[in-house]
Design a protein. Structure first.
Length: 278
């Protein structure tokens, strides 16, 4: 085995062992080093190194009095992110269904990851034979996505640039915004009116109208949208449809205790003028 392969194998094994330690600790209030060593079937010295690494990252904590280890705050934080996402989907479904009925178009829910990709969480489909379709887990690039642009519009310019740099601005159709200045102008417009538009920028003949969902801190954490053929989303209907999507996003935000912050990026981005300097 080559040295690089050996290192990769060792790294994966160490990660597996570390996660097994967390799983064991999650089943009890606390445990001693000797107990964990016996349960894992590993030398105490190996288990101690795993625990020390996890402690450094706040995934476990050590009680000097009892000499026992327990789950740390960071493990709770990471685990809670799954619950937050599950709660978001649950809180969104009724609103998305109503939005689909009101507009006649497919409603989507998605998030934007730090790698610059939009990931779809759930969808309420229209009965129209021609419709947009996104399986949960489907990904798209933020700059050519209605939800992606709705979220980028809420972020500070610095964060938006960072996300866009992860993927670049590839062209998918003649209408894809591949020039940064034009894209940021579009994001400014989306922020001012409260909804974004994917105008055939990802797929020819398809439009998407989206708005951001906010948490209790005013942070934009997800987006809701409607998508369908351009013929069913004509220019003269965009403003009214955009208002419907914006109100749906506000309703979902309210359902999870959120509200739109007064400035872009909340505590991360500073005032709106942070993004206006060109």
């Amino acid at each position: 085995m080559k040295s690089t392969e050996l290192r990769e194998s060792t790294t994966v094994k160490a990660l597996e062992r570390g996660l097994t330690v967390l799983r064991l600790l999650s089943k009890s209030d606390s445990a001693s080093l000797s107990t964990l060593s016996l349960q894992l079937g590993l030398p105490a010295s190996t288990v101690y190194r795993l625990l020390s690494t996890l402690q450094k990252l706040d995934f476990v904590s050590f009680d000097d009095v009892t000499q026992e280890w327990s789950i740390g705050l960071e493990a709770f934080t990471v685990g809670s992110s799954f619950l937050n996402r599950a709660n978001l989907v649950e809180a969104s479904r009724r609103v998305m269904r109503n939005l689909m009925i009101e507009t006649g178009e497919t409603s989507n829910l998605a998030i934007l990851a730090e790698n610059g990709y939009v990931t779809f969480l759930t969808q309420v489909e229209t009965s129209h034979p021609i419709r947009a379709f996104h399986l949960p887990g489907t990904r798209s690039l933020a700059h050519a996505s209605g939800i992606g642009k709705a979220l980028l519009a809420e972020f500070s310019r610095e964060r938006a640039r960072h996300l866009l740099q992860q993927t670049g601005l590839p062209s998918f159709t003649p209408k894809t915004l591949t020039m940064p200045e034009k894209l940021f102008d579009d994001l400014d417009l989306a922020y001012r009116r409260g909804w974004s538009l994917d105008d055939e920028e990802c797929h020819v003949g398809m439009r998407c109208i989206a708005a951001a969902i906010h948490d209790s801190a005013g942070e934009a954490i997800a987006g809701v949208s409607i998508s369908g053929p351009t013929a069913r989303l004509p220019d003269d209907a965009l403003a009214q449809l955009g208002q419907s999507v914006r109100l749906a996003a506000r309703e979902i935000s309210g359902a999870i205790g959120g509200t739109r912050g007064g400035t872009r990026g909340g505590t991360r981005g500073g005032p709106a003028t942070d993004r206006a300097d060109r």
